[in-house]
Design a binder for this molecule. Sequence first.
Ligand code: COA
Length: 386
Amino acid sequence: MGILDDIRVLDLTHVWFGPFCTMMLADLGAEVIRIEPPWGAIDRVAEGALFGGVTYTFHHLNLNKKDLTLNLKSPEGVAIFKELVKISDVVVQNFSPGTMERLGLGYEVLRELNPSIIYAALSGFGQYGPYMKRGSYAMIAEAMSGHTRLTGDGVDPNGPPIEMAQAYGDLGPALFAAMSIIAAIRYRDKTGKGQMIDVSQLDCMVALNTGITCYTLSGMKPWELRNKYPATRGVGGLMRTKDGGWIRLAAFSPSSIDNLKRCLGAEEISKEDVERRVAEMTRDEAVELFVKADVPVAPVYHVDEVVKDPHLIARGMFIELEHPKAGRVKVPNFPVKFSETPGRVVTAAPLLGQHNREILMGLLGYTEEKIRELELAGVIASEPMP
Ligand SMILES: CC(C)(COP(=O)(O)OP(=O)(O)OC[C@H]1O[C@@H](n2cnc3c(N)ncnc32)[C@H](O)[C@@H]1OP(=O)(O)O)[C@@H](O)C(=O)NCCC(=O)NCCS
């Protein structure tokens, strides 16, 4: 049993932020119906290389979902969507603010159809405020929330800003969105009332930036505070090894600093001393030495090493799924382990319109003839199965 297996989500998301949020709900058991235009959402082919017709990020971010196409710029498409709203629990979208209202599908309209609907509007800057109309991607929210400058400061405060890898400006806010939807489901279950959730990437990235509280308390940026009080963080950092690898050492607590001194046979120790000693070892020798001494340490992995790591494999972090066009795909599993209601990744990312018939016939009782009419009218379309 999945903890959300009585929840149906209409997923109007596109590009990273939205799809990751709805995938979290799907992994916890919700029936997530991704709704795309008949010509396909922009994230299917937004990068150069395609695997079975879609990008690697589409594979990563759309597991466990069903796919329905609907042309929401046609009256029939809008009518079908409204029918689905009546029998669903959650609607999630990450269009520019105002897009749903232009389609005639704003919260006020959906609430009339289903007062218990939970409607999550995900956007760069939120549904109100001076910047609400601006388009946004992860790097926009990372830059304005201070993360890009702080990442650069970690290397050199006088050097250029450095962008975080992997679009955390999408994936972090997506987790806030999923958490908030689940909280709203709990409220709905207690009161019968739905609500609108306005999730802004920028707001969420500000919430993730502890450097802001550093500044408001001390009047200093985190690197300025660290320079003024250098001893507070123990001995740590990225350190190069003799075989060209890197380790990340984090001897921050008094006991790990003692362990570090003991394993290196030194009375006193500085970061420079440790770097010198680490430079005489291979990466794996250094990791083994510090792990044995109970000093927090990690090898700095490339992604090809991540998928081979025996600990991650032992915890079931990679699974293989069959995709109709890309063949077997290996993807990260849902990471959190529940004792009673485990998350589960069961199906690969869907083909365009793969579940048109299942949803329109199964949920709305449409006939094959009606489906053909919708296809001929361009309201729905599906990618041929191989
Ligand atoms: C990402 C973003 C900049 C992309 O902008 P965009 O490609 O212009 O997309 P928009 O959201 O503005 O609009 C989508 C369009 O597709 C249309 N569309 C979407 N689904 C549709 C469907 N099923 N049928 C028909 N049309 C559809 C919308 O109606 C809209 O068209 P319109 O502008 O003519 O009204 C914008 O969506 C955005 O800022 N989103 C919020 C922040 C975000 O999530 N960023 C991405 C993080 S990776």
